[in-house]
Design a protein around this ligand. Sequence first.
Ligand SMILES: CC(=O)N[C@H]1[C@@H](OP(=O)(O)OP(=O)(O)OC[C@H]2O[C@@H](n3ccc(=O)[nH]c3=O)[C@H](O)[C@@H]2O)O[C@H](CO)[C@@H](O)[C@@H]1O
Length: 363
Amino acid sequence: MKPKFIISGGGTGGHIYPAIAIADKLKAKFPDAEFLFVGAEDRMEMEKVPQAGYPIKGLWISGLQRSLSLQNLAFPLKLISSLSKSNTILKKFKPDVAIGTGGYASAPLLRMASLKNIPCLIQEQNSYAGITNKWLSGKVQSICVAYEGMDKFFPSEKIRFTGNPVRQDLLDISSKKEEAIKFFNLDKNKKILLVLGGSLGAKKINELIEKSLTLFKQHNLQVIWQCGKYYEDAYKNKGNENVKVLAFLNRMDLAYAAADFIISRAGALSVSELCIVGKPVIFIPSPNVAEDHQTKNALAVTDREAAILIRENELDATFESKFSELISSEEHQKVLSENITKMAKPNATNDIVEEIEKLMNLN
Ligand SMILES: CC(=O)N[C@H]1[C@@H](OP(=O)(O)OP(=O)(O)OC[C@H]2O[C@@H](n3ccc(=O)[nH]c3=O)[C@H](O)[C@@H]2O)O[C@H](CO)[C@@H](O)[C@@H]1O
């Protein structure tokens, strides 16, 4: 019998790529399996999931805005419409297990799946649980997490401490450096700084990089600068032979492989990937996310002397000195690399798939 998996996660890369990593591992284990993704109609997953080779259906759903907004008026309608469409999709596809990795679309889909007694697993990437996963936690069988202390949010008997699922092609990048340098059209004799603004790009980081281009030049660095699609028009004219400005990196494996140093936001998946990549990192967490969870994600690493943390409000005062110190000290770079590698959880996807297999046996 062919197993069938329905998977929902989206809104941003931080919810989409864990879903794809889980699907890839399930596919390797069950080559005959059928997959169906469910996302939010107008979000990034509608493009990224088909690119990864999986079919996806879109729901008409969005989150509630924190401020008073006209969009909130449509929310009840959207919820009813997406619950009803989820019901139709589930009836037709008849999955063995439903998997949710956070984001709006996973709420109606997994709620309907649990009502139909389909075993459900959710995966929470952050140290602070998202609203969708908190809402679903009472209804699902298994909750895979990446941080300790998640029993503040979820029933403890359902929690599995697996780590975040990272795409397979990011697990071994050590042999890809030469290919990566060619891919980005860079010079192998100069060091490379990779700048990551998270899947949507980060305004503050872009402003910092623009201001620091002279500093990078003084250090004879080349830069791969992922600026985010909303900022591409503003920054693409800063590109030259030493500075590659890209809206989005479709080959993260090569970007990580090329890098000697990394400046990054501290979204949960980025942090998990950077632990596996094992290079010196400066985290600049977004202060604009729920409960300041990116700072917490970063602190879990920097508390172990495994990366450098610079908060946005300290950038003007300390970025230049901290960056220059790191670039100039091979010893510091080595300590950071060794310590961050110790925090990697490369078996996370395997462990999550084992949990899913247990749920398949419940049917
Ligand atoms: C502003 C915001 O709400 N950010 C949240 C969002 O971040 P965001 O969507 O930025 O997510 P993460 O940093 O966790 O992960 C980004 C993912 O996108 C991939 N990637 C990124 C850039 C690129 O050019 N190419 C590419 O493939 C990364 O390799 C990674 O797999 O979800 C995370 C996980 O729930 C949260 O911790 C973040 O706080």
